[in-house]
Design a protein around this ligand. Structure first.
Ligand SMILES: *Cc1c(COP(=O)(O)O)cnc(C)c1O
Length: 230
C-alpha cells in the first residue's frame, strides 16, 4: 500500500510540474514518517525514497540507529535548544529554525564536532498564532544575523501552510514564499543560499509545486493517518 501511494504521489508531482513547465527532478519528495514505526520506512525504501522527515529528535535518533546509513533525515518539527546536540551528525537538513537563539545553539553544538548544519528558516507566512516560525517581515533580518555563524548554512525557506480542505486557499501563501525567497536571493548575503523552498504537505503539495516548492513534505498520503493516542 505504501509503495502504491508513493507511485500516485510521484505521478501527481510530475503532473504539477508539467502544468507549469518545471522539471520533476527539481522537486524532492520527503516522506514524513513521524509517529510511524521504522518498519513503515523499510516498506517505503524499495521506492527509492531516501529522504524522511521527523518532528521529534528522540524518534529521529531511534530510527537513525536502526535504519540504513544512506537515509537523509530531515528535522521538520519545532526544535528545542536542549535537543540540538543529539542531532549533530544525524540530520541532513533542519527545516524549522525560527530564532537567533536556536541558531546560536546549533552553531555551538555543530562547531564542537567540527560540522556544518544546513538549515532552513521557518516562516509563518499566514501569521497563524498557533504556529511557530518567524514573520515574513522579520525573515531577512534573522537571515542576516544567522549568516554570520560559520557552522550554520542557510539553504532556503520552509513554511507550514494553514490546514485546509481546499488547497487553492493556500496558493497565496506559497506565492508569497516564492517571492520572499527571490527577494532574499537578490540581496546576495554571504554564506546564504536560497535554493530550497520546503512547502506543501498531503493536502496541498501540488499547488505548492506549481508555485515553486523544491521540497514537499508528505506524510498521511504515504503512510496513512497518524494515531497520536498510542
Ligand atoms: C506532519 C508534518 C507534515 C506532513 O503532513 P501530512 O499532512 O501528513 O502530509 C509536513 N510538514 C510538517 C512540518 C509536519 O509536521
Amino acid at each position: 500500500m505504501i509503495l502504491d501511494n508513493i507511485k500516485i504521489i510521484r505521478e501527481n508531482i510530475k503532473n504539477a510540474c508539467e502544468k507549469v513547465g518545471r522539471n520533476p527532478d527539481e522537486v524532492t519528495l520527503i516522506a514524513v514518517s513521524k509517529t510511524k514505526p521504522y518498519t513503515a520506512i523499510q516498506e517505503a525504501l524499495p521506492s527509492g525514497i531516501l529522504d524522511y522527515g521527523e518532528n521529534k529528535v528522540q524518534e529521529l535518533s531511534e530510527k537513525y540507529e536502526i535504519l540504513p546509513d544512506d537515509i537523509r533525515w530531515h528535522m521538520i518539527g519545532h526544535l528545542q535548544r536542549n535537543k540540538v546536540k543529539y542531532l549533530v551528525g544525524k540530520t541532513t537538513l533542519i527545516h524549522s529554525v525560527d530564532s537567533l537563539r536556536l541558531a546560536n545553539q546549533i552553531e555551538s553544538e555543530f562547531a564542537k564536532k567540527d560540522q556544518i548544519a544546513d538549515i532552513l528558516i521557518e516562516v509563518n507566512m499566514a501569521d497563524e498564532e498557533s504556529k511557530f516560525g518567524v514573520s515574513a517581515d522579520e525573515t531577512i533580518n534573522l537571515i542576516k544575523e544567522i549568516s554570520l555563524l560559520p557552522h550554520v548554512h542557510v539553504q532556503g525557506l520552509m513554511t507550514i501552510a494553514p490546514y485546509t480542505d481546499n488547497p487553492e486557499t493556500n496558493r497565496e501563501y506559497f506565492t508569497k514564499m516564492k517571492k520572499l525567497s527571490v527577494d532574499i536571493r537578490e540581496k546576495n548575503i554571504d554564506n546564504v543560499n536560497m535554493d530550497v523552498l520546503s512547502m506543501g504537505m498531503s493536502g496541498d503539495y501540488q499547488v505548492a509545486i506549481e508555485e515553486g516548492a523544491t521540497m514537499v513534505r508528505v506524510g498521511t498520503s504515504i503512510f496513512g493517518e497518524r494515531n497520536y493516542n498510542i
